[in-house]
Structures are given as structure tokens and as C-alpha cells.
Design a protein around this ligand. Structure first.
Ligand code: ZN
Length: 508
């Protein structure tokens, strides 16, 4: 019988940080002896730990869309500073997980990848081409023939979990038909075919929203929570929250009605109050669509209308936990990526902290002896922390070096911020903007002024190369893991290995 690594919570709280508790919230440099002791304590703890070779009852895969390592570092500092500390020694919830590996994120066709093949790699165990949703690399990007798609579809971990009698769920702040959630239940050549209105005329393959409801009829997904009502509603129907918006579907189908009819004890909700009222004991199949398109950024979320990612995760786990055989759940922080594309670190980091809160909620509701928790990203972004800012310097601020009170000046006589992008809309003078999606003419060059409010939610960090949308980045991303078989994550791994660890952990 292997010894199971499980530390009492107070031990983790005090020593899991690797920082002496007395210094945890203070920017002042601690005594050398305390640093020394804290490092030695971490090593001693690791020596006492043993690996857990048992089967996992449950697997929760958290994906921070676009959450590269620089995003994790900056979000950690921002969270710590919002809590009143200097920030650098703070830990996000998933940074307490004991195992770590790096994932190589390239796809069959791309050095720097998009979310479709990277998410397919994670849930279906193969690399594939750009834009592909759980089909292999031989399928061309415009393939519309349903029989060709079926022949080259790859079985996902969600489909296998259902076949083994487990419950399954998907939670995201993006549209539930967006690439990362879609790879779990859909098979199609083109990630953009989310509703029938997106399909080319005469296409044989079903759109992604229709595939979700077909999967529901076939094997009964238990929980789907996120954004994107429009692909589920007919064009004749107006939106319950924004009556001037109409559905996208041209085939007249209400996929929401079809979801409700497909299985007994099914429910549909579209706001936070309705979600809170759902009784997980009596609800077996829950669909929640909280915005016409993606959900709001956490920084903009109206708490009265929309649930947080942590609230959706909590409800999902409570519905899924009814199944004694276990469950598989994917939780996506889907909009970290969108805020980075807009060159807006404030919203990207705030959404990263929201993902950390969702991980913490999952940790509190599950037992590390039977639940494998994985936290990773599909790909990175061209986001950097730069300069020599002093300890505790506001992470959203201008670079002020140790011993100084004024921002450093670059060779052009202008100050610069710690956070920046290699490319994107921040090349132009966008800094006063409150709309993260707005773009301006390019070639404005560097625009930083000493009195710029770099802490403003709408601030666009500076970018070197003018692009309308900041891009993904190609370096490796981290995989954090804890629970049964988490030790299988180690070294530099191909991203599709994540699926094989989940499959082994669940004993499929
Ligand atoms: Zn993206």
C-alpha cells in the first residue's frame, strides 16, 4: 500500500509557500537566515513525500486559455498586491500543486498554435492541424463531408468517461461552442462552424452547437456552463437578457428546448440567480448560457447577472459528485486569451486570478486522494515582465528601480512599464481607452508619459510591432498537477501526453 502524500492544511498554508510566514506580506528584505530555513524546509518536505499510484476517481482539467508562464507570474504578483503584500511571494491556488511539467504546444501545421489543435491534443491524445476540433491531421480545413469527419474523428476523454459510466462537465467563460470546450464533444474540421449560419451551404457536417445537443442525446453530458446563447437559438427568437439580440440559427431549431427534452431532470439557466437556485441533488443535466456570446471579463462582470468562474465550477462539481463512479470536468478561463489579444493586461490578469479562485473552489470540494487536478494552458502570449523594478513595485506600474522614487527613462526620454507585449494594438496611442476591444491607427510609436494611469482597467500596455490583435506565443507552457498519478507529469512533455495521463489515471 503506497503512502499517500497529504499534508495537514496548516502546514501547507505556512510552509507550502516556501517563504517564511513572517515575511509573507511584507516588502522589506527578510533576514538571510529565514530565507535559508524556508528553502531547506521545502526540500525536507519533498523528501518526505511519496507518489500516489492509485486510480483517480475524478479528473478536473483546468485550462487557462493563453495563460503563459509570464501571465501566471504577473497574476500572482497582482493578486498578492491586491491582498496588501509586495506580491512576489504570493501563490495562486494552483501553485500549491506538487507536480509540474512543461508542455510543448506546437501543432502539426503551426510553430505557434491556436486553441483548436492544442485543446484537441489535451483531450484526445494526438497533435493535429490548425482549426481542427478532435479530428486527425488528414482532415482538410474546409472538409464538409460528415462521413470523412466521422472516419477521422478521435475519441475524447469526455466521450470515454461517459462510456465508462462517469459523469462529465464543461465550464468556460467563453462560448461553450468555442474551440477549447468544443473539442470535448464535437468533431469538425473548422472551429468557426459554431452555428448552422457559420457553415458553408450544403455542408454535411453538423455545426458545433448541434453536435453538443446530439452528444447530449447520445450519451448525456451532465453539465455545460458558459457563454454563447446565440448558436443555440433560432434567428426568430430574441435574447432574454438583451431583447434586441436575436439567435443565429437559420434552421429554426431551439437547441435549448432540445437539451431540455433530451434527458429527464434537465435544467436550463441564463443568469446567476437561476444558477444559484439549481438544486444539484435533483438536477441531472444542467445547461447554463449566461451571455449571447462570451461571458464578461471578470473585471467587468456584473455580479447580480453573471456567475463567476468559481461559482460555475462549484455548481458543476456538486452536480457531478452525485455519480459514485466519478467524473471528468474541464474548466476553462477562456478570456485570459481575449484580453491579451486586446493588449490589456489588467483584464487578462484579473481573469487569471478568477481561474485561480475556481481551482481553489475545486480543491475545497474534492479530496486529493481521489481527484486528479491538472492546471495548464493551451498556448502562451507575447507578454513580458521587463526592466528592473524594485521589490513590491506595482505590477501594473512604471518601472521604478531599487532605491529610486521616479520611473526610469528609456533612451527616448520616456518612462516604461513593467508589463508589455511584443506585438498588438498597444503600439498605437490607446492607453487612455476604456474599451479593450477598440483599436486605433498604427505607427503612433511609443506613447508613454510619466503621468499615464497604467493601473486603469482600459490601459493598453505598449507593444513593439503594430498588429490589430496581439498574437499567441510559441514557448512552452506549464502543467501543474496534484492527486492520483500526478507524478506522471514531469520534464518537458508533448502537450498531447496530458490526455494519456488522464486516461491512465482513470484506468480506461
Ligand atoms: Zn487566442
Amino acid at each position: 500500500m503506497p503512502r499517500i502524500f497529504r499534508l495537514p492544511a496548516p502546514f501547507l498554508l505556512v510552509f507550502g509557500l516556501g517563504v517564511p510566514p513572517a515575511f509573507a506580506a511584507e516588502p522589506a528584505e527578510p533576514a538571510a537566515a529565514a530565507w535559508y530555513r524556508s528553502g531547506a524546509e521545502v526540500v525536507a518536505r519533498h523528501e518526505r513525500e511519496s507518489i500516489d499510484r492509485r486510480r483517480a476517481h475524478n479528473v478536473i482539467l483546468f485550462v487557462g486559455d493563453g495563460m503563459g508562464i509570464s501571465t501566471v507570474t504577473a497574476a500572482r504578483i497582482l493578486a498578492g498586491q491586491r491582498a496588501g503584500g509586495s506580491g512576489e511571494d504570493h501563490q495562486l491556488a494552483f501553485e500549491t500543486l506538487p507536480f509540474l511539467a512543461l508542455a510543448k504546444t506546437y501543432s502539426v501545421t503551426q510553430q505557434t498554435s491556436d486553441s483548436a489543435p492544442t485543446a484537441t491534443a489535451m483531450v484526445a491524445g494526438i497533435k493535429t492541424r490548425d482549426g481542427a476540433i478532435s479530428v486527425d491531421e488528414t482532415v482538410q480545413h474546409d472538409e464538409q463531408d460528415a462521413t470523412v469527419i466521422a472516419r477521422h474523428a478521435v475519441t475524447t476523454i469526455l466521450e470515454q468517461a461517459e462510456a465508462h459510466g462517469l459523469s462529465t462537465g464543461i465550464v468556460t467563460t467563453a462560448r461553450v461552442t468555442h474551440a477549447t470546450p468544443a473539442v470535448n464533444y464535437a468533431h469538425t474540421a473548422n472551429r468557426d462552424w459554431e452555428s448552422d449560419a457559420d457553415l458553408p451551404a450544403g455542408a454535411g457536417v453538423a455545426d458545433i452547437a448541434a453536435q453538443l445537443v446530439a452528444a447530449q442525446r447520445r450519451y448525456g453530458i451532465e453539465v455545460v456552463l458558459g457563454g454563447g446563447r446565440m448558436p443555440f437559438m433560432p434567428a426568430t427568437a430574441s435574447d432574454p437578457e438583451y431583447p434586441t439580440h436575436h439567435g443565429y440559427r437559420e434552421d429554426g431549431r431551439s437547441l435549448i428546448d432540445e437539451w431540455l427534452a433530451a434527458r429527464p431532470a434537465s435544467a436550463y439557466v441564463w443568469n446567476r440567480r437561476q444558477l444559484a437556485a439549481i438544486d444539484p441533488r435533483s438536477t441531472r443535466h444542467l445547461l447554463g448560457l449566461f451571455e449571447p456570446s462570451h461571458m464578461q471579463y471578470e473585471a467587468d462582470r456584473r455580479a447580480a447577472d453573471e456567475p463567476s468562474l468559481a461559482e460555475m465550477t462549484t455548481k458543476a462539481i456538486k452536480v457531478l459528485q452525485k455519480n459514485r463512479k466519478g467524473f471528468y470536468l474541464m474548466v476553462e478561463g477562456g478570456r485570459i486569451d481575449h484580453a491579451h489579444h486586446a493588449g490589456n493586461a489588467y483584464r487578462a490578469l484579473t481573469d487569471t486570478i478568477a481561474l485561480s479562485d475556481a481551482v481553489r473552489a475545486a480543491q475545497e470540494l474534492t479530496d486529493p486522494r481521489d481527484t486528479l487536478i491538472i492546471v495548464t494552458a493551451d498556448h502562451s502570449h507575447v507578454f513580458t515582465l521587463a526592466g528592473y523594478p524594485k521589490r513590491g513595485n506595482p505590477i501594473l506600474g512604471l518601472v521604478i528601480e531599487p532605491g529610486k522614487t521616479k520611473p526610469e527613462l528609456a533612451h527616448d526620454g520616456k518612462p516604461y512599464a513593467t508589463l508589455g507585449y511584443m506585438n498588438g494594438p498597444g503600439h498605437a496611442a490607446l492607453h487612455a481607452d476604456s474599451d479593450p476591444e477598440e483599436t486605433r491607427p498604427v505607427n503612433a510609436g511609443r506613447h508613454m508619459q510619466a503621468d499615464d494611469d497604467t493601473h486603469s482597467p482600459g490601459f493598453h500596455q505598449e507593444a513593439l510591432v503594430p498588429l490589430e490583435s496581439e498574437t499567441h506565443a510559441g514557448e512552452d507552457v506549464a502543467i501543474y498537477a496534484g492527486g492520483p498519478r500526478a507524478y506522471l507529469f514531469r520534464g518537458t512533455m508533448e502537450q498531447h501526453t496530458i490526455y494519456h495521463v488522464m486516461r491512465r489515471a482513470l484506468g480506461f
